[in-house]
Design a binder for this molecule. Sequence first.
Ligand SMILES: Cc1ncc(COP(=O)(O)O)c(C=O)c1O
Length: 469
Amino acid sequence: MSPDQILAELAARRQGDLPTHGGRTLAYVYDSGLEEADEVARQAIAMYAATNGLDPTAFPSLLSMESDLVGFARSALHGGDEVVGTVTSGGTESILLAVQTARDAAGVERPAMVVPTTIHAAFAKAAHYFGVELVTVPVGPGHRADVAAMTETIDRLGDRVVLVAASTPSYAHGVIDPVEDLAAVTRERGLRFHVDACIGGWILPWTPDAPAWDFAVPGVTSISVDLHKYAYTPKGVSLLLHADAALRRPQFFAHADWPGYTMLNSTTQSTKSGGPLAAAWAVVQLIGDEGYRDLVRRTLDGTRRLAEGIEAIDHLHLVERPDTSLVVVGTDDAVDPFTISDLMLDRGWFVQPQMRFGDEPANLHLTISAATAASVPEFLEALRESVAAAAAAGPIRIDPLLAEAAAGLDPDTLDDEAFDGLLALAGLAGEGGQVAVPERLGPVNALVDVAPPRVREALMIAFLDRLTR
Ligand SMILES: Cc1ncc(COP(=O)(O)O)c(C=O)c1O
């Protein structure tokens, strides 16, 4: 293919994706609305695409940009000179490394970490990868970490506890955990305490009257902050900060006992493109402290207007009053969140359904970025229409046989045959054992929603397996 053909083909393939700009995709992407920031990022990523962060002595510019970003974050997050940091590929990698580092520093048998039930799923992944037991503690009022219950769990587990973590804010409910109270508990016991600020870490520094949550709080030992979220940099950049270099040391990995180069890594990846790092450096230089203050002000103002608008729509309510820029919307029984999500997509807006958890029904999750704040009235109009249409359609009715089949599956024995049977029952069987992804996901989501989490996981893994064969 010629370069022109290739670019045309890429553009054509992108047509089927969600838009990354314009503020109408309220999950997965973050849009500052600043064309200049996007342009400088594109140029920086292209300039650095082929560089390799594997060896900081070969590409010292990468080291200097990482150092600048850590320096910027350190002062935004009230850290002293002793705070150190690493650029990682994303929130999940920052969290994986925080857990691995804590596990290796403690070196205990049967390591465990104590977290609220609302902690991000990346901690479950870290537990799975690194053999650390994830001990989740139900949250208290307002979906915030329950300090007394967590303390009781920490003390019950004793020396097995290698890490305690909390979120600022949690993804699922958008509320900030009581960091100061938890830090007092962990500090007294000499435990590591990680604050997951993947979402809030680039909002709270510019939020008036934010509660203390960062390195200003004694006892916070590490923080994850994603630049590819509210720093509005291209994907592939997060920061993992530690309160001092000794806390970070077990994060680093070296291997000399083989015939090749001594492998020396600060992150999970070894060879890694300098492109995302250079783009992040470029965007942070361009927007800067004052620019972020302005973007945060607009984002929080938009979030407030959006939340107020939602409260005025029949059938909808706020699950919690938003602490930052995440809005979680519950529905009454007359409308189905999965239907609303499909109807919003028809109107050009992507809103993310969240499945039921414990006693809580499914709901809708909205991530507001600066670009969305500009079009809150259009969003609310589309939401009003979608809710009215969803109310007219009524809740999704699942064939009871199908619901029974989904809920009764044994996740440990879900083989190809059982999955094929279920796909056929749900009308999702495609050609040659593939899945046919329907245009409307509502009925599928509603079906998956009735299955317990372990069954849901098995179904999703089987689905991904088919999707990628
Ligand atoms: C609070 C929180 N932590 C961690 C993550 C994981 O980040 P990533 O998707 O960049 O791996 C997210 C993502 O939304 C998040 O909201």
